[in-house]
Structures are given as structure tokens and as C-alpha cells.
Design a protein around this ligand. Structure first.
Ligand SMILES: [Fe+2]
Ligand SMILES: [Fe+2]
Length: 141
């Protein structure tokens, strides 16, 4: 279970860093507002899950750095391209949560109270993020 949570927390750390970098570079107020809202939801996901896995904080630094770099690279792309990459990444994040929830259920035994609900709520929210980015991404085609 520790391993599952670790994967999820690493993904969130990277996601938060990606949005942080994008908000640094992207000046359009409407886009910034959307990125800010999503970033806050990623922070909620991370804060919600961190108490279940208190020991991993230090090793997340690398995920943060790679996220900042990725976000900077993405910001250099046209908005519609950024959105299509982001829509894909958010969909992957939803899959990570779905797998984590499944692994926990299969694992059986006593689960920490509220953990499964947190994973499922985050999965739904990642799907919403993915859908949000699909709008602007579609203008690509
Ligand atoms: Fe998230
Ligand atoms: Fe997300």
C-alpha cells in the first residue's frame, strides 16, 4: 500500500509543479484562472493523501524539479497543444487513481479509513481536468 500511495503522491507533486511553472509563464488571465483552479485541486489531492504516507516527502524533490521543467516546456507550446498534452496527462492521472483504488480493494484486509474515498474522488476530479483541457485541445484538429 505504501508503494501505491507513493506513486500517487509522486504524480501529484509533478502535476503541481507543472501547473506552477505554467502559471509563471502564461499571462492570459482566463487561462491563468483555469490553471490556478486545477492547481489548487491537485494540492488538495496531495494534502488529502499525504497523511496516509508521511515518510516520503524528501524524495519528492526530483518530481518537483522535473515538473517545473516540463511545465516550462509546455508553456512554450501553443495553448491548444499544451491543452491536448495536459488532457492526456490528466487522463493518465485518473488511471493511476483507478489502479490505486483497485489495488487497495484487491489487497483486502483493513484499509485506512477514508483512503479509498479520497482516491475515488481524486479520480473523478482528474477526469474533469482532462475534459476541461479537451475543449481548447479540440481546436487543434
Ligand atoms: Fe490531482
Ligand atoms: Fe488533475
Amino acid at each position: 500500500m505504501e508503494k501505491i500511495l507513493r506513486g500517487v503522491l509522486r504524480a501529484e507533486t509533478q502535476a503541481i509543479a507543472i501547473y506552477t511553472a505554467e502559471m509563471f509563464w502564461i499571462k492570459n488571465p482566463t487561462r491563468r484562472a483555469a490553471l490556478l483552479k486545477i492547481r489548487e485541486e491537485e494540492i488538495e489531492h496531495q494534502n488529502g493523501l499525504a497523511p496516509f504516507s508521511p515518510l516520503i516527502r524528501i524524495s519528492l524533490k526530483l518530481d518537483r524539479i522535473s515538473g517545473l521543467l516540463l511545465g516550462t516546456l509546455l508553456s512554450a507550446l501553443p495553448w491548444s497543444v499544451l491543452c491536448s498534452v495536459q488532457s492526456w496527462a490528466e487522463n493518465e492521472a485518473a488511471k493511476i487513481y483507478a489502479q490505486a483504488a483497485k489495488a487497495l480493494r484487491d489487497h483486502g484486509g483493513d484499509l485506512p479509513l477514508g483512503l479509498l474515498e479520497k482516491l475515488q474522488a481524486a479520480e473523478r476530479q482528474e477526469q474533469e481536468h482532462s475534459l476541461f483541457f479537451q475543449g481548447p485541445a479540440r481546436k487543434l484538429y
